[in-house]
Design a binder for this molecule. Structure first.
Ligand SMILES: Cc1cc2nc3c(=O)[nH]c(=O)nc-3n(C[C@H](O)[C@H](O)[C@H](O)COP(=O)(O)O)c2cc1C
Length: 372
């Protein structure tokens, strides 16, 4: 993650069925473990920078119940970490569901398995339905305050835990903990790379204090520099720098017409509208502002350009649809406006990734976006 590629790429959400779509198209990703392994090896070999799984406990219902199948991310990380050689392996932890000491030990374990390639995506939770099975209530106003305290304990444990041989107590607002220590610590010092994905002002402030990378939603290219500037300014308030990435869905085909047709097919004709309604309802409960990503007739420049809706694309995911040249051009624009990377997803990762890797990565190298 701290390597030389100016624009990093990471496979996102391949641990869940449906990947990053709200589609009932039968071609959609099924999250079969053997296919996830093949995908990870393919991407590792091709030089993709990271793999990022989603922490999920329940599906989106509707007709397809996408995300109903999901592999737990720390165990997913340990397994893929043992198979791969180069890419960063992110694990995603829901703050209210795991103590900082548990997370520090688990993340250090995967860091040793991977010889220093683990990353942690810290999420504070948004879908109460998923938390009911754990008996935990999400506090919409305080979740990032808890997250920050959680992160400080986690970070201190990994920074000091095995070296001093000592321990510390913690008396905070959310945690009262005794005799905190952990060994081994992480190989990455003082702790592994941290990612977060908040959009609310509190989410951004959290990233400014805790994260190395923040994911943010970009629906318009001309929003990017303002968004990135805002995140950089927020981080600077804490004397830090945070890289900003976006989340994209890719349909890459030899012709633009083929790409656009396939996108329309799975994201509009085969949209799982009942799942989208469920998503919108749950998002609205935690953060009414987030609903803007769901109520989006012709929301993106892409939709307006084609005059069509794509209801079954994942809310907030930037559509990178077209030829290898089209997609490279858009990434060049993203980078020029300050983005340092993107997560990528495909309707069927294993079937679609080889063309993308073979055609887009060399173009990105020629455009100066990648050296590896
Ligand atoms: C790239 C990315 C990864 C995310 N991963 C997860 C996840 O694994 N589990 C989860 O519950 N939420 C996940 N989220 C949702 C965020 O944690 C967050 O709740 C959401 O982006 C809304 O921001 P806010 O909480 O600041 O309102 C992810 C979001 C993005 C963009």
């Amino acid at each position: 993650m701290f390597g030389p590629n100016p624009f990093k790429l990471g496979v996102f959400s391949a641990n869940c069925d449906g990947g990053l779509s709200m589609s009932k198209a039968p071609e959609r990703w099924r999250a079969d473990w053997r296919e996830i392994e093949q995908l990870a090896l393919l991407c590792d070999e091709a030089g993709i920078d990271f793999i990022l799984p989603v922490a999920k406990w329940a599906g989106y219902q509707g007709e397809a119940n996408n995300y109903g199948v999901s592999f737990e991310t720390l165990t997913h990380g340990a397994a893929l970490g043992a198979l791969t050689r180069r890419m960063a392996i992110f694990c995603t932890v829901h703050v209210p569901l795991m103590t900082p000491a548990f997370a520090a030990k688990a993340v250090a374990t995967v860091d040793h398995v991977t010889r220093g390639r683990v990353g942690l995506n810290i999420v504070c939770g948004w879908n109460q339905d998923e938390f009911d099975m754990h008996g935990v209530t999400i506090d919409a106003d305080r979740r990032y305050d808890q997250g920050l305290e959680w992160f400080r304990i986690f970070a201190r444990l990994l920074e000091t835990g095995g070296e001093t041989g000592g321990s510390f107590d913690w008396d905070g607002e959310f945690y009262r903990l005794r005799n905190l220590h952990t060994a081994p610590t992480s190989l990455q010092r003082p702790w592994p790379v941290i990612m977060s994905a908040g959009f609310s002002p509190k989410g951004r402030a959290f990233a400014g204090q805790a994260a190395d990378v923040l994911f943010t939603n970009v629906t318009e290219m001309d929003q990017v520099s303002t968004l990135v500037g805002d995140v950089h300014r927020t981080a600077a308030l804490y004397g830090r720098h945070v890289d900003v990435y976006t989340m994209a869905h890719i349909v890459c085909r030899p012709t633009r017409a083929e790409a656009e047709e396939f996108y329309y097919y799975f994201a509009e004709e085969m949209a799982d509208r009942a799942a989208l309604d469920y998503y919108k309802q749950q998002k609205g409960l935690i953060n009414p502002a987030d609903v803007r990503f769901v109520d989006r007739p012709l929301l993106t420049r892409f939709s307006r350009g084609t005059g069509r809706n794509y209801s079954g694309s994942y809310p907030g995911a930037y559509p990178l649809i077209g030829t290898p040249d089209d997609i490279t051009d858009q990434m060049v624009q993203m980078h020029a406006q300050g983005l340092a990377g993107a997560s990528i997803a495909f309707l069927d990762y294993l079937r679609e990734a080889p063309f993308f890797l073979g055609e887009v990565l060399p173009r990105m190298r020629r455009a100066g976006l990648r050296v590896a």
